[in-house]
Design a protein around this ligand. Structure first.
Ligand code: PRP
Length: 208
């Protein structure tokens, strides 16, 4: 049986805030993933390696067992359409909220409101739960620009300080969900590699 653990993390804020947590467990990469183009990083713990992938790919790698565990934002997990994951810990890092936002002044429109977002599933569920009909436009970033240029009337996006909304003349209208990063674990690995994974989760829980 393979007794190694592969942990998937995404580059950027999640990586920056995850590395100190791992360091508190005594796990350190041999090279700095923030400044390397490598995708696989060995650590001082010969059982543990990190892989650095896109945030939206973390649940996929973990569900299929290519990674045993991963660190992913709740926003990404809410969008992910799979069921092969355990989500045992809220790591409390990268806290922000997923919100509906729009221009400060309401405009009169004679059609269904258009909502720009990269969170199609969450946005669809949110408006369905409110019984409201909207057209959802998929974008991959810089959502705040869409209402400014008339591409959309509203956006659903992450808000942390609110500075990006403010800088583009928008206001937060409603919080849809609190977001933070979560530890996710492959269901089969939780059983097959429990001798490694269970102590890892307990030690991580103890430092949070
Ligand atoms: C995120 C989010 C907002 C911004 C919110 O974008 O999409 O644009 O941060 O943060 P604030 O409320 O503190 O201004 P990010 O910088 O992660 O880039 P992205 O658009 O590529 O996701």
């Amino acid at each position: 049986m393979n007794e190694n653990l592969t942990i998937a993390i995404s580059k950027g804020r999640i990586l920056e805030q995850s590395l100190p947590l791992l360091a508190q467990l005594g796990i350190q990469t041999q090279e700095d993933p923030n400044s390397s183009r490598k995708l696989v990083f060995t650590t001082n713990d010969t059982n543990i390696r990190l892989i650095i992938i896109r945030a939206t790919d973390v649940p996929t790698y973990v569900e299929y067992g290519a990674a045993d565990m991963g660190i992913a934002g709740k926003d990404v997990l809410m969008e992910y359409d799979g069921d092969g994951l355990y989500e045992p810990l809220d790591l409390g890092i990268c806290r922000c909220r997923l919100s509906l936002a729009g221009p400060g002044q309401t405009r009169v429109i004679n059609r269904r409101p258009r909502v720009a977002t990269k969170y199609l599933r969450t946005t669809r569920d949110y408006f369905a739960s409110q019984g409201k009909q909207v057209d959802i436009i998929k974008l991959y970033g810089s959502m705040e620009l869409a209402p400014v240029l008339g591409l959309a009337d509203l956006i659903v996006d992450l808000v942390e300080s609110g500075n990006t909304l403010k800088a583009n003349g928008m206001v937060e209208l409603e919080k849809i969900a609190d977001i933070s990063s979560r530890l996710v674990v492959n269901k089969a690995a939780m059983k097959m590699k429990q001798a490694l994974i269970k102590p890892f989760i307990s030690r991580l829980a103890a430092i949070l």
